[in-house]
Design a protein around this ligand. Structure first.
Ligand code: ATP
Length: 235
């Protein structure tokens, strides 16, 4: 797709001898919210790590705004406007809530997201700004991870299983905040195990199965039976 914000062609990824992604072709259009679904081990995290330059060992091409970014380092990818909210949050345990947020700001991109904007979105992060990030509940830590990514003022934000291990009420809070987070113009790629949730927030989806794209569809029209087939590989 020529006018895609991000596109991947023939993307592969390996962990030593193990191949985790096979010839993945995908794109994210400008302003689009894309869902990536798939069972445990299907390659969703590997895909996000490949895009963000954390994993870089396979053939294939990744383009962003028409520029080939294959082989770029993580800091280079961040500086052109791609941020990730990683699975498991990966906060710095010895740093305070505010210090963790400020790390995202070091990318140095201009935009609407600064400390005050993040604290307005999640007021608890202002209240608890001086405590170590690990003193927060899981849901609050997830808010820090989201806030840290926003502080980089990305054009494309990747969410890796943001609801994993959180109480339903917190998941609802986080998903309720998503439209305001994504806002006008920002694009997002959401990895989510809960298929209903993935469909409800996205306009389009891809399913991965054992490292391959097994389905691409429009979130509002895709058939559940097709998803089951693509997800579990059941014919
Ligand atoms: P999950 O929902 O469990 O996070 P996923 O779809 O994100 O699953 P990945 O984490 O991308 O899947 O893993 C894809 C495959 O790569 C799995 O078979 C996994 O065991 C393997 N894998 C992931 N990380 C490593 C690693 N560091 N070393 C070796 N194999 C790995």
């Amino acid at each position: 797709m020529d006018n895609a914000l991000l596109s991947m062609r023939g993307l592969n990824a390996h962990y030593n001898d193990f191949q985790a992604l096979y010839d993945v072709d995908m794109h994210v259009a400008e302003g689009e919210v894309l869902a990536i679904i798939g069972a445990n081990g299907a390659g969703k995290t590997t895909l996000m790590r490949s895009i963000t330059g954390l994993l870089n060992n396979g053939a294939g091409q990744i383009s962003y705004r028409g520029q080939d970014i294959s082989g770029h380092r993580a800091d280079q990818v961040a500086s052109i406007g791609i941020a990730m909210v990683p699975e498991g949050r990966q906060l710095f345990p010895s740093l305070s809530v505010e210090e963790n947020l400020m790390i995202g700001g070091q990318v140095g991109r201009k935009g609407p997201w600064d400390l005050a904007a993040v604290q307005k979105l999640f007021p608890i992060l202002k209240e608890r700004r001086n405590v170590p990030a690990t003193a927060l509940s899981g849901g609050q830590q997830q808010m820090v991870a989201i806030g840290r990514a926003l502080m980089a003022n990305p054009d494309l934000i990747l969410f890796d299983e943001i609801s994993l291990g959180l109480a339903p009420i917190i998941i609802k809070d986080i998903y309720d905040a998503l439209p305001g987070i994504i806002g006008e113009g920002m694009s997002a790629m959401i990895v989510e195990q809960d298929i209903s949730k993935a469909l409800s927030v996205s306009s389009r989806l891809y399913c991965l199965q054992e490292g391959r794209v097994s389905l691409e569809g429009q979130s509002d029209t895709v058939e559940r039976a097709d998803i089951s087939r693509a997800y579990f590989g059941i014919e």
